[in-house]
Each structure stands twice: as C-alpha cells, then as structure tokens.
Design a protein around this ligand. Structure first.
Ligand SMILES: [Zn+2]
Length: 286
C-alpha cells in the first residue's frame, strides 16, 4: 500500500507553494487508495509559534486535504504526535552513526566551516564536548543516485552539496535530516513528495539510510516537484517563508494552488481540468 506524508513546519505560515505540494501528495494517495500521514515537523523550538500550528489545521480543513494518521488539532499534536516525543528514537540513530565512526564533534563557527578551517574530524573530540555540534563525515566522491518520479535519474556528488552537515545541533536537538528520516521509517512511509529545494537533503538522507541499513527508506519512491514562483518570479521555498505575512494570513486561494499544480505536472492532468476543489481535481487526474 502506498503510504505518504505531508510534513509542514510550524515555523512560519504555510504558503500556496506548500499547499500545492500537499494537494499533489493527497491526490497520489487517493488515486492509489493509500494512506496519508500528517507529520508536524516541530523540532525547531525557537521559531515555533502556536499560530503557525493552528493555521496548518485550518488550511488542511479548508482545502479538503484529508489524512488517515496524525493529529487533528494543535492539542493532539503536542500531547501525542510532536517530534519532541520521539527524541529518544532519533538519539538511537545518532548513537549508531557515532559508534560506527561516521560522526565527529565540532566546535567551529559557521565562518570557520565555510573557510575550511575545521580540523575537528582529525582531532577526534570526545562525544560530549560542551557546545559541540555533531557533524557527518562524508568521504570524497560520495555519489548518490536514485530514480526520481519527476526528474527521472538523479545523480548527486554529495560533498558538493552537503559540506560537513550537522546531524545534531550544539543545543542537543537532532537536525532535520535525522528526524525526518527516522520518522519516515518509523511511520512506514514508502513515497516521499517534496520540493526541489530538498534534493540535497534527499541525497544526504539516502546516504545516512545506507550507513544505517534502513532498507525501507532506500526503497522509497521519491518525487521532487518544482518550487512555486512568487509574483516577482522568485522561488518561494518553505524555509524562506513569506516575511511580509506577519499577521494571520487569509486562507489560501485553492484555485491558485490547483493551477500551480497543473502547471507543474501538465501531463498528469486532463487538459480540460477546471477544478475548484481538491476532490474535483481528482476527477481530472490521469
Ligand atoms: Zn570543527
């Protein structure tokens, strides 16, 4: 059975690009009679706002994106589904990576890393060095390949796109790559839909999954969709957010999200698609 997930981050308000992507994931799941998980990526305490979290539930309800697994409101998210509750699980993976010699503690600043001044891998600092982040050592010429359902065959030189990536922050929290990978395995996800801005994350996660022998993740279907353009033609990415939307934004215009989706994947929808709701669009999906 196809099992996919949508994984919004409550560190900003969702934008139409996010929603178009969620809509596409929902359509794929519906089409395959699969299961959809709502996972809230709430590890980032500093940028978390309850208003962002509530907005996620409002938007999903308004757009008709239904899911079988996951929280149905903010309260359930905090008490039953938060990533904070799965920290021990993430730590197990981090320890495995440490024990097998793939991680090192590093106390360098971002500037030192950018200037390639870090010697921490050679110095073998102790695991519990104060203020240290844990980084993944990636051997030179590590090439990651997969078949992507939107981009066909992808081949990435991991060192060129991920330089000494942090897997555990100096504040003790696991990085996105670890939490997302561990969660996908934990929830039995076998189809991952995400934006092209996360291609290098997928490559890194596939590399980590092979180090941890997480075959379920290595066998996932991957599909990377284009990013939505803003009115000025720039790409809107999830992490950038919309800085000008400091107030609670209006609910998204679902027709714009649907138009965006059909532009991304014209070959997957009937030319005559004139859908106004997610459920309508399903009828036009080839
Ligand atoms: Zn260092």
């Amino acid at each position: 059975m196809l099992r996919s997930r949508i994984a919004p981050t409550p560190s900003g308000f969702l934008h139409e690009g996010n929603i178009a992507a969620f809509l596409y994931t929902w359509l794929l799941v519906q089409k395959a009679n699969g299961e959809l998980l709502l996972r809230i990526d709430d590890l980032d305490n500093e940028r978390f706002r309850e208003a962002y979290l509530n907005y996620i539930f409002e938007v999903l309800q308004a757009t008709g994106i239904s899911y079988q697994t996951g929280p149905t409101n903010a309260q359930e998210c905090h008490t039953q589904w938060s990533q904070q509750l799965r920290l021990p699980m993430y730590e197990i993976y981090l320890q495995q990576l440490w024990q097998t010699g793939h991680l090192y503690a590093c106390t360098c600043s971002r500037q030192q890393i950018a200037k390639h001044q870090c010697k921490c891998f050679q110095q073998k600092l102790p695991q519990h060095t104060p203020q240290a982040a844990w980084r993944l050592h990636i051997p030179d010429n590590t090439n990651i390949q997969w078949h992507d359902e939107a981009l066909s065959n992808v081949s990435i030189q991991l060192n060129e796109v991920q330089h000494a990536p942090i897997v555990k922050r100096s504040n003790g929290l696991p990085a996105y790559h670890i939490a997302s990978l561990a969660d996908d395995v934990h929830f039995g996800i076998n189809c991952i839909v995400r934006g092209e801005d996360l291609l290098s994350s997928t490559a890194l996660q596939l590399h980590i999954a092979s180090l941890l022998q997480l075959d379920a993740f290595l066998q996932c279907r991957f599909l990377h969709h284009p990013l939505m353009q803003s009115e000025t033609g720039e790409k809107i990415s999830k992490s950038a957010g919309d800085a000008h939307l400091q107030m609670h934004p209006p609910l998204p215009d679902i027709r714009r999200c649907i138009q965006q989706l059909v532009q991304w994947f014209p070959q997957q929808f009937d030319n005559n698609a004139t859908a106004n709701t997610a459920a309508d669009l399903l009828n036009y999906m080839l």
